[in-house]
Design a protein around this ligand. Sequence first.
Ligand code: MCN
Ligand code: CUM
Length: 789
Amino acid sequence: MIQCKTSKAISGMGHSMKRKEDIRFIQGRGHYVDDIKLDGMLYMDITRSPYAYAKIKNIDISEAMKVPGVVAVITGKDLEKYNLHWMPTIMSDTQMVLPTDTVMYQAQEVAAVIATSRYAARDGREAVKVEYEPMQALVDPFKAMDPSSPVLRTDKPGKTDNHIWHWEAGDKAKTEKVFSEAAVVVKEQMHIPRIHVSSIETCGCVADYDKINNHLTMYMTTQAPHVLRTVFALVAGHVGLTEEKIRVVSPDIGGGFGGKVPVYPGYVIAIAVSFLVGKPVKWIEDRSENLQADSFARDYHITAEMAGTKEGKILATRFKVLADHGYTDAAANPSKYPAGLFSIATGSYDYGTAFVEADAVYTNKPPGGVAYRCSFRVTEAVHAIERMTDRYALEIGKDPAQLRMDNFIKKEDFPWHSPTGWIYDSGDYHAGLQKAMDVVGYADLRKEQVEKRAKGELMGIGISTFTEIVGAGPSKDFDILGIKMFDSAEIRVHPTGKAIARFGTKSQGQGHETTYAQIIAEELGIPAENIQVEEGDTDTAPYGLGTYASRSTPTAGAAAAVAARKLRDKARKIAAYLLEVSEDDLEWEPGKFFVKGAPEKVKTIQELVFAAYTNFPQGMEAGFEATHYYDPPNLTFPSGAYICVVDIDKETGGIHVRRFVAIDDCGHIINPMIVQGQVHGGLTQGIAPAMYEELIYDEAGNILNGTLMDYLVPTAVESPKWETGHVVTPSPHHPIGAKGVGESPTVGSPPAIANAIIDALSPFGITHLDIPITPFKVWKALKEKGAYG
Ligand code: MCN
Ligand code: CUM
């Protein structure tokens, strides 16, 4: 199905080329931030709050300073002198770097201990004595919205409640009218739980300020090096650290998953300390700190409604969201989209009207919201629409696959204008679902289910046919703090025909060193093997917005193709000159130009590149380099049809995922093996929130599962055998017809699993369960419905 235009030796698009980066990774030779060791380097550790909400009465650093090796202890009061105790968030809110008087969540940074070794820093951290006056924490977001609740952000002058923002999309009046007249209305209250990425590498940095040259090199775990350089310059410009004096280097990253987009206080403290003491400072989080204090994901409370006919035509949807943002809005959204791209919640279905609204609220929890392969909240949107589609099918007694088939947007109706304002580029939803049904053997499974039900056995089949939205820009709509969302590629081909290419994005495990090389190989015919890809160093890479929201292929991948085409145009001119024909007489085949009708008159790309340095036409610029900053005309809309089959043990509530078929459509595929790896990983990160993961807080704001002993990350043992496949609908506006894929499986799979479990339980009148659906939750629901007599 996947067509390769290039030979294996060139390995352009469609080849399952082995990942170039794996040569170092599988030999343990990756170079991560904690591998960086600099002369005179100091180590930082952070004292954190045991309380979710408390006044700081006093911080006594005297004992900590006595610990051998401790050189300094920094508190909010120290930073206040430089006006560095607060920093802006991506959403134009404010976040404490270190508190001067109040802590707002458990595990918040309170003081930083700097020492000559990591051990001394840890001992010093334990010796910092903080006197707190605990206050009643506000943990429940609904309670926090209550006007009678105390105001948490007393630092904001004039703030009289805990409400952050209200946001809406779609047509409220029209939607209300359709709902009031519809024959069938279904409604569920759902919570998409607070979860946390558990990348193997935690966050950290080495801040290296060189006093003599007034220059900061910041080695750090960031998915967006250039944006952070700009943010640091905006924050520290007033002390003389201007943007040309800052170099951000993001070395190899051991998983990002959105958790490495935000600016964490630890980074800023490390910079401040290095600036003050003139020595490099390393800060590396431990596992529990990462889980307890870093950017969380999700935490959306959704009231979801669907209106339709008795026969099964969807007419309208309505979604009302309460978003628990923790104590500050530090969600890594594009600036104009406070609820991310949640308004894609109308899904893959053709109906006229929808209304989506969201309110965000402060609580005494850590900040975040956008992480964990979410495509800016598409995970929440897809869960809402796919759960409601099944809920509606159940209500009217129609097969959920058939209901979907009857409501899908048709492939000839693209570009399709959604009721909430998006223009879907392309898709073939019928083909995707049909393929998934064929692979899983849908009709036979339904027959088997009938037989099983007659015997009292619980078997369920769940479907999710989702539409994703990835690739931010276009820059007219998408920006981060005013920086427009494009991305970039710079290709430099050396005289011998080997190349280096640099990008504004930053791989965290996605395989960019391989796939970008393949894109360039496709366009120029230079073997991918001979194209070195570099990312993550702001001194060398062209400016870009970074890797998240599955945007690298839609933006920087496109930039690579366009830059390579500029070079091919130059190669054509040189070929015409060398072969003494007009450019129109030349034909291109990957890797060479030849004269039409005379294939023996040929110049290879390597010969043409060499000529660009040695023998080019008079007046032509020397060299073989091109740069492109790509601003996508639209987002790309990947899609998927997922079917999950579960068997449930009625006595224990134990859930066994028997089958999981995932048919994805990410347009043209660059590297099928890498895409399959992305899908496998993404599906595992979908089963995680569906069945295992949730960050739980008690009423006092204590995190109850703040270690990986209690927070259940699925392993290979819990993962079913994923059965994957593809439908290919190229993006019409992307230079190589590709769409992003990195997040699709995580976005699309949780509702397939939830739908399968609820399908199994539906004979007992169970219509909805919140994820994670655990055996206990199943058992409890069955018990409440009298399943045990
Ligand atoms: N690809 C392809 N053909 C396509 C689309 C993509 O071959 N049609 C390849 C790309 O070339 C790239 C990979 O698949 O090598 C993912 O591409 P893309 O979908 O563009 O996503 P990004 O590279 O922008 O990665 C971001 C995405 C996000 S937002 C999260 S979160 C996530 C994810 O990727 N974090 C990851 N996958 C991850 N995988 C690993 N190993 N580690 C993470 O931290
Ligand atoms: Cu929402 S996680 Mo990814 O966009 O880095």
